[in-house]
Design a protein. Structure first.
Length: 341
């Protein structure tokens, strides 16, 4: 038997850490976006940080022991999801950037891009188990692109959005051909929702941001009155519950067009370091190492992307299609400071 210092030992450690991290991730994911939950999120992030460092330090051993690209993609995707969940909870722009950095890296390196069976003979040779795993990876890729699209839209990266929409559409068509016995009807519906969402929004292409821009949205004649307003320590918006619920609502995934716009309207338009080229951040200055699982992404990269010249954004909770009791619970948890005054 091989010692733990050899490739198989590193891979066993990796698989054990994945199982533990996935349990922590499930607990963090199932929490509502109101009423705390930071403890579970921090534990999940710490677990995936350890995983990420392991695949960086022992990558050669892990690949030799059979580590597959989609396994690294899954870890990176979970980190991106944790960053995005933190953005929804805290409204920190750097967390949104963190999600984009990891998602862009996954996409550019093709971590989930598993080759589909070329023909029936190849499929038979691969075996039913391999074909089933290929289908599972294909679903992972479809879900990943949908998540990446939401982040790209919030980042207002129109070129990336156009590219991802085209890729999602072609991937659905490829999937129908590669797996004819599988029904991809739900993904056709996702594409219909996406087209309707982008057509209704339109703002992601070239127009002014919905975020408050201190340069363009402030007027010199108002500065004196604003200063007097703040000096009296009157009410300031700190927390908000965002929801919308009406028939035939325009939405993509669980983000409705109304909440998508409200999210941005409650944020300052970041400047300076936030506008740094994400492509450069993602690749850390290199385009090498495209053949194996890559460990070049810095997990703490987004902590350095902030704008100290701007106030903090109000925290908010998004509640999708709530019941009355659901809405009241969210309001009480998030606006507890307002109720106590």
């Amino acid at each position: 038997a091989m010692a733990d210092g050899e490739p198989s030992g590193a891979y066993r450690e990796f698989k054990a850490l994945v199982e533990a991290a996935d349990r922590k991730f499930a607990r963090a994911r199932d929490l509502p976006l109101y009423g705390g939950g930071d403890h579970h999120s921090r534990k999940a992030f710490k677990a995936y940080t350890r995983l990420w460092r392991l695949q960086q330090d022992r990558r050669r051993d892990l690949v030799a022991a059979g580590l597959r690209r989609w396994e690294i993609g899954e870890v990176a995707s979970r980190i991106g999801q944790l960053y995005y969940a933190r953005y929804l909870r805290t409204a920190e722009p750097r967390s949104l950037v963190g999600a984009y950095v990891f998602y862009e890296a996954i996409y550019s390196r093709g971590y989930f891009a598993a080759p589909a069976p070329a023909n029936a003979n190849a499929s038979a040779a691969a075996g039913g188990g391999a074909k089933h795993q290929g289908l599972l990876i294909r679903y992972k890729e479809l879900r990943f692109i949908a998540r990446f699209l939401v982040v790209a839209m919030l980042m207002r990266r129109a070129e990336a959005v156009d590219h991802l929409v085209a890729r999602l559409r072609s991937l659905v068509q490829e999937s129908k051909s590669a797996y004819p016995k599988t029904n991809f009807k739900e993904w056709k519906q996702v594409l219909q929702e996406l087209d309707r969402f982008l057509k209704a929004d339109g703002a992601y292409k070239g127009s002014r941001s919905l975020r408050y821009d201190n340069l363009f949205d402030s007027y010199a004649s108002n500065l004196a009155s604003i200063a007097r307003f703040h000096s009296k320590r009157v009410l300031k918006l700190k927390e908000a519950v965002l929801t919308s619920y009406h028939r035939n609502e325009v939405k993509f995934t669980e983000l409705t067009l109304d909440t998508f716009r409200m999210l941005q309207s409650l944020e300052w338009e970041p400047t300076g370091s936030y506008q740094i080229a994400v492509k450069e951040l993602t690749e850390n200055g290199t385009m090498s190492d495209q053949s194996g699982p890559s460990g070049l992404i810095d997990i703490h990269l987004s902590t350095e992307i902030s704008d100290g010249n701007l106030p903090s954004n109000p925290q908010r909770a998004i509640i999708y299609h709530p019941t009355v009791s659901h809405l009241m619970a969210g309001s009480c948890h998030n606006l507890r400071g307002a109720f106590s005054r």
